[in-house]
Design a protein. Structure first.
Lengths: 373, 287, 276
C-alpha cells in the first residue's frame, strides 16, 4: 500500500487547476460563438467590481484587477488576493507627498449635512435611488442599443462642457472648520504616513496606520464592523458632511527640478463624517468629532464604513474601547480579506499530526477519568 | 516557465528579502522574542505557510538544497505546492526529500525525526505565534507580559488543567521557554517534537505570515516546555492496551511519531508520520 | 518598631493641571475640581509613615482621595508627584523610581491588596485555588503539590471550605469572595497589605468575622496594613493610628482613640458625631 492518504499532491494540484480552467472555458463546447472574456469588457462593464479589487488588493492597477477577476472566475476575494500577491514582487520606489483632495476631478459629490454646499451637490452615478428591479431586457441585449445609448447620452452635453467645470471644489469640512465647529488642525501632527506594506502593526498604532489598514480592508468585513457601531454596539451617530468620488491627480517631485508634476490620476472615494460633539482633550470648547474614510475606486459603502470606524477608533484610542468597534486590535486585525479568507481556507489542509496529539490527550484524560469513577 | 519570467529570484523584491533577513538576525539575537515584520502577501493563502515561505525565500540561494514537508510528508499536497513554487521562482535551487541532504528545511507541524545538524536551518510555519494568546487577547498587554517574563497566567492554566483532568491537556503548540526568558508557541508541532528544540544543533526559525512575526531558537539554546517540578512534561504515548510501544506497520520503527489510520477492513494501523524517516528505516533499520 | 513604609508629598492630579490647581482646591475650597483647568486634584501632599505590624486607617467620604492613596502605592496608578519608600528587611525601595518589572515584582512578592470589588482582585475565570496558585506561581513556586498544599492552608486559614477550593469565585457569596481575596493577598506572606473598603456592602455578621480575621492575621504575621474605609467602626476596631482625608488632603492624623474621642477638625467632629 502507498504512503498514507496525503500522498499524490503534485497530480492533484495540477488536476484541480485544470478543472478550474475547464469551468472557465467550457462555454465554447455548446456555444460556437463563445469568446474569452475581454479584459477591457471587465474593466468597463464590471467597473464596480474592478474598483473593489483595486481597493482590497491595495494596488491601483485597474487592468491587472480586471485580469485577476477574469482568472478567478469573478471570485472577489481571490481576485484581490492575486493582485495583492503580485504587489509583493514590486519594490516601493517612492511616495507621493500628501495629496489635496479638493483638487479631485469630481464625478459625484453629496452632503447630507447641508442642502446647499459651496460648489453644489452633484448626484452623478449612484444606485441609491434606483429601483432594484431586474432589467429583463438585458437578458438578451442588442449591441446596437448598447452602443446607441452611450452615443446619445453624450449628445445631451455641449462640446465645451469641460470648460465650465472648476478645477477644485471647496470642502464642506473647511467651511465648518472656519466656523470653529471642528477641532483645529494640529499642524505638528502631520508627519509621514505609516506604511502598512513596510511596517507591521505593533499596537498601539498611529491613526494613519489604522486608516491605511481600513483603506485596503475587505468591504464586507469593514461594513460589518461599522454596522455594529451604527446599530447599537457603539454611539458614533454620524452625519455625512461630504462624500466625494472622482479622479485625484497624483503628484511627484520632478527628478531634476524637484517641482511637483502630475504623473497620473486615481479614482477614489472619500467620505468625511461628523459625530456628536465631545469635550476637547485640553479643556477647550467642545467641537464635532471627525471621521475620515477613503479608498481606491468608487466604493461608497466602504468609505462610509471606514469613516465611522475611524471616528470610533479615535474615541477608543483616547478613552479606552467601550465596544468592539472602538478597539483598534479588534477592528484592524480582522478586516483584511486576504488574511481572513486565507486562514479560513487553511482549515481544509491536513491536520493529522495535531489531531493525533489531540486524540492522545483526550484518551489519556478519558482513561484517568474512567479510572477514578 | 515563461509566464513567470519577469519575477525576481525568490519572488519577493530584494528590499523585502533584506527586511526579512534583518528580522531574522534580530530574532536570533533575542532568542524566543517575536520580531514584527511587514509580512508580504504571497500567492498562496494565509495559513498555508506564507510566513515560513517568506523566511525560506529570503534565505535561499542557488547552492541550497531544499526539503519541504507538511505533516511529516514530502508528498502532501501543500508541501508539493510550496516546493513547486520555490522551484519555479528560484531557478537553480535543488530539492530533496532526504533530511540529511537538505541545507534548508521548511516544515509544517513536524520536526524531522533524524537529528538535524549545524549546517542545516529548519523553518517552521506558524499559525499563532504568541503562546499568551490563550490567556490574553490584547497584543499590547501581551508584549508587556513577555517583556517582564510574566507567564503566571499561562502556568495557572496548567494548574487548572491538572485540577480538572489530572493531566495537562495541551496537545500541541506546547508553550516552551527559550533561554530562560521568552515563552514561545513552537508552532503546532506535537509534544513529541518539543524536546528536539532544546540545544538543537540546527538553527530553528519560526515564521508567522498572517500574524507578521519571526522568532528563533538559535543553535545550542535552552528550550524548556512549561511544566511543574513534580508534574513533568510528557510526549505522546504510543503504547497499546498491554503497555507495549506500537510500531510502524510499514518499517517497524518503535521510536517515531506515529500517524493513526484505519485500513479498508476497519483495522487500526500506525505508521511513521515522517515519510523520509520511514523510508530510511526500511532501507537500513539500524540507521 | 521598624518602619515599613514612608510616604512623602504624594499628589495625584487627573487632567492637564495648571499653576492654580493646588490653591483653588482642597477642604477650604470645598472642592477637588480646579475651576481654571478642569483637572481633579485627587491627592495633594499626602505624607505618613507605617511601621511593622501596625494598622493605619485612612478614612474619609467618597471623593476624599483615600482609595487613590493605596492605588498609587500598589502601582495601579502612578502619582503626579511625591515619594514613597518601602523598607524590606535590610533593603529599601524608592517605589516610584523603580521600572515596571521591579514594581510588578514587589506587587507580586511583597505587597498584598484586597479590593472592595472582588472582580478587581480575583480572576473569575479560574478557581479559588487557581487564584492563589497564580500568586504563588508569580513568586516562582513551581511545584504543583506544594502549590496545592499552600493554597489549602491559606483557604483553611481564611475559613473558606476546602470542598469549594476548585470552584469558580463567581459561585461564592460576597463574604467568601473577600476571604479568597485575603487568602490570595497573603499567599506570599507579604510584609505589607492594603485593604480598600473590604467589608463595604457585606452583612454586619459577615463584616465582623472578616474584621476579626484581619486582626488575627495582623497579630500572627505582624503584617503592616493600610486600611481604607469610610466606616468609623472599622477604623475603631482595626486601626491604631488613623488619618482623615477630605478633598485630597489630610486634615487630621493621630492615634485612633484620640481622633475619635477628641476630633480637632470640624469635619472630623461632624463625621464622629454622625456615627454615634
Amino acid at each position: 500500500m502507498g504512503y498514507v492518504a496525503i500522498k499524490g499532491g503534485g497530480n492533484a494540484i495540477a488536476g484541480a487547476a485544470a478543472a478550474t480552467e475547464f469551468l472557465r472555458t467550457n462555454q465554447s463546447l455548446h456555444d460556437a460563438a463563445a469568446q474569452p472574456l475581454a479584459i477591457n469588457a471587465v474593466g468597463h462593464q464590471l467597473c464596480r467590481l474592478v474598483d473593489r479589487i483595486v481597493s482590497e488588493g491595495g494596488v491601483y492597477h485597474p487592468t491587472y484587477a480586471a485580469l485577476a477577476i477574469k482568472q478567478s472566475l469573478g471570485d472577489a476575494l481571490e481576485a484581490a488576493f492575486a493582485l495583492r500577491a503580485w504587489r509583493s514582487t514590486m519594490p516601493r520606489l517612492t511616495a507621493t507627498p500628501v495629496l489635496d483632495t479638493s483638487r479631485m476631478r469630481l464625478i459625484r459629490r453629496i452632503s447630507s449635512a447641508f442642502k446647499d454646499i459651496p460648489g453644489g451637490q452633484m448626484l452623478g452615478s449612484t444606485p441609491d435611488y434606483a429601483l432594484r428591479m431586474l432589467r429583463m431586457e438585458l437578458l438578451d441585449e442588442s449591441p446596437e442599443i448598447f452602443r446607441a445609448f452611450a452615443r446619445d447620452w453624450l449628445k445631451g452635453f455641449a462640446d465645451d462642457v469641460d470648460a465650465d467645470l472648476p478645477d477644485s471644489f471647496p470642502k464642506v469640512m473647511d467651511a465648518l472648520r472656519a466656523e470653529g465647529l471642528l477641532p483645529p488642525v494640529d499642524k505638528d501632527r502631520i508627519r509621514e504616513a505609516f506604511d502598512i506594506t513596510r511596517e507591521p502593526l505593533v499596537f498601539p498604532v498611529p491613526r494613519s496606520a489604522a486608516l491605511a489598514t481600513m483603506a485596503r480592508a475587505e468591504t464586507g468585513s469593514l461594513l460589518a464592523m461599522a454596522y455594529t457601531n451604527m446599530r447599537g454596539y457603539g454611539d458614533i451617530h454620524p452625519t455625512v458632511a461630504e462624500l466625494r468620488v472622482g479622479y485625484l491627480p497624483l503628484l511627484l517631485p520632478h527628478p531634476v527640478t524637484g517641482e511637483l508634476a502630475e504623473i497620473g490620476e486615481a479614482l477614489i472615494t472619500e467620505c468625511e463624517v461628523l459625530a456628536m460633539y465631545g469635550a476637547d482633550d485640553n479643556g477647550g470648547i467642545p467641537t464635532f468629532g471627525i471621521g475620515y474614510g477613503a479608498c481606491f475606486g468608487h466604493n461608497e459603502v466602504k468609505a462610509i464604513s471606514m469613516a465611522i470606524l475611524d471616528r470610533a477608533l479615535q474615541k477608543g484610542m483616547k478613552d479606552g474601547p467601550s465596544n468592539p468597534s472602538e478597539d483598534p486590535e479588534f477592528v484592524l486585525l480582522h478586516v483584511d480579506g486576504i488574511e481572513s479568507m486565507g486562514f479560513a481556507s487553511h482549515y481544509k489542509m491536513p491536520h493529522y499530526v495535531t489531531f493525533q496529539s489531540d486524540l492522545d490527550r483526550l484518551r489519556t484524560t478519558q482513561s484517568k477519568a474512567g479510572a477514578s469513577q | 516557465m515563461s509566464p513567470h519570467a519577469g519575477y525576481n529570484f525568490g519572488f519577493l523584491d530584494e528590499y523585502a528579502k533584506k527586511e526579512i533577513r534583518r528580522a531574522i538576525l534580530k530574532a536570533i539575537s533575542i532568542p524566543g522574542y517575536q520580531v514584527p515584520y511587514a509580512s508580504r502577501e504571497m500567492p498562496m493563502g494565509r495559513g498555508f505557510g506564507t510566513g515560513g515561505l517568506q523566511l525560506t525565500l529570503a534565505l535561499i540561494g542557488a547552492d541550497d538544497v531544499l526539503k519541504v514537508i507538511d505533516q511529516g510528508s514530502d508528498d502532501s499536497v501543500n508541501a508539493v505546492n510550496l516546493r513547486r513554487f520555490i522551484e519555479m521562482t528560484c531557478p537553480g535551487v535543488s530539492t530533496t526529500t532526504r533530511t540529511q541532504d537538505a541545507t534548508l528545511i521548511q516544515s509544517r507541524h513536524r520536526i524531522p525525526e533524524l537529528p538535524l545538524t549545524a549546517r542545516q536551518i529548519l523553518v517552521l510555519q506558524v499559525p499563532y505565534p504568541d503562546a499568551l494568546v490563550v490567556v490574553e487577547a490584547s497584543e499590547e498587554k501581551r508584549k508587556t507580559m513577555h517583556g517582564e517574563a510574566d507567564y503566571s497566567r499561562l502556568l495557572v492554566k496548567l494548574y487548572e488543567d491538572i485540577v480538572k483532568f489530572n493531566e495537562i491537556t495541551i496537545s500541541h503548540r506546547y508553550p516552551t521557554r527559550i533561554n530562560g526568558h521568552y515563552v514561545i508557541d513552537p508552532s503546532p508541532i506535537p509534544r513529541w517534537d518539543v524536546p528536539e528544540l532544546d540545544h538543537s544543533a540546527a538553527l530553528i526559525l519560526f515564521g508567522a505570515g498572517r500574524e507578521k512575526k519571526i522568532y528563533a531558537v538559535p543553535p545550542y539554546t535552552k528550550a524548556q516546555p512549561l511544566a511543574f517540578d513534580d508534574v513533568p512534561f510528557r510526549v505522546e504515548d504510543f503504547r497499546d492496551e498491554q503497555g507495549r510501544r506500537r510500531g510502524c506497520h510499514r518499517c517497524g520503527c518503535t521510536n517515531s511519531f506515529l500517524d493513526e489510520f484505519t485500513d479498508s477492513s476497519g483495522k487500526k494501523l500506525y505508521q511513521c508520520s515522517d515519510s523520509d524517516w520511514c523510508d530510511g528505516q526500511r532501507r537500513s533499520p539500524r540507521e | 518598631m521598624n518602619k515599613v513604609l514612608e510616604v512623602r508629598g504624594l499628589s495625584k492630579i487627573y487632567g492637564p493641571g495648571c499653576a492654580s490647581c493646588v490653591e483653588s482646591t482642597g477642604p477650604e475650597k470645598e472642592t477637588n475640581l480646579c475651576p481654571h483647568c478642569g483637572s481633579v486634584v485627587a491627592l495633594h501632599d499626602v505624607s505618613f509613615d507605617l511601621h511593622e505590624g501596625e494598622i493605619l486607617g485612612v478614612m474619609g467620604e467618597s471623593g476624599s482621595g483615600k482609595s487613590t492613596v493605596v492605588k498609587n502605592l500598589y502601582f495601579d496608578q502612578m502619582p503626579s508627584s511625591g515619594e514613597a519608600t518601602f523598607f524590606d528587611a535590610d533593603k529599601q525601595h524608592d517605589l516610584f523610581c523603580l521600572n515596571a518589572a521591579r514594581q510588578r515584582w514587589l506587587r507580586n512578592h511583597r505587597f498584598g491588596m484586597v479590593y472592595q470589588n472582588p472582580h478587581l482582585g480575583l480572576n473569575f475565570n479560574i478557581s479559588a485555588g487557581g487564584n492563589i496558585a497564580e500568586r504563588l506561581l508569580m513568586s516562582d513556586l513551581m511545584d504543583y503539590g506544594q502549590i496545592r498544599e499552600r493554597a489549602k492552608a491559606l483557604l483553611a486559614r481564611t475559613e473558606v471550605l476546602l470542598s469549594r477550593m476548585d470552584d469558580l469565585p463567581g459561585n461564592f457569596s460576597g463574604g467568601m469572595q473577600q476571604r479568597v481575596q485575603i487568602a490570595k493577598a497573603l499567599a506570599t506572606q507579604p510584609p505589607l497589605l492594603y485593604l480598600d473598603e473590604v467589608t463595604t456592602g457585606l452583612d454586619l455578621s459577615v463584616q465582623a468575622r472578616i474584621l476579626d480575621l484581619i486582626l488575627e492575621i495582623q497579630q500572627e504575621l505582624k503584617t503592616a496594613m493600610v486600611v481604607v474605609t469610610h466606616d468609623l467602626g472599622v477604623i475603631r476596631l482595626l486601626a491604631g493610628r488613623a488619618i482623615v482625608m477630605k478633598y485630597g488632603r489630610i486634615i487630621e492624623s493621630g492615634l485612633t482613640d484620640q481622633i475619635l474621642e477628641d476630633p480637632q477638625h470640624a469635619y472630623t467632629q461632624r463625621l464622629v458625631a454622625s456615627a454615634l
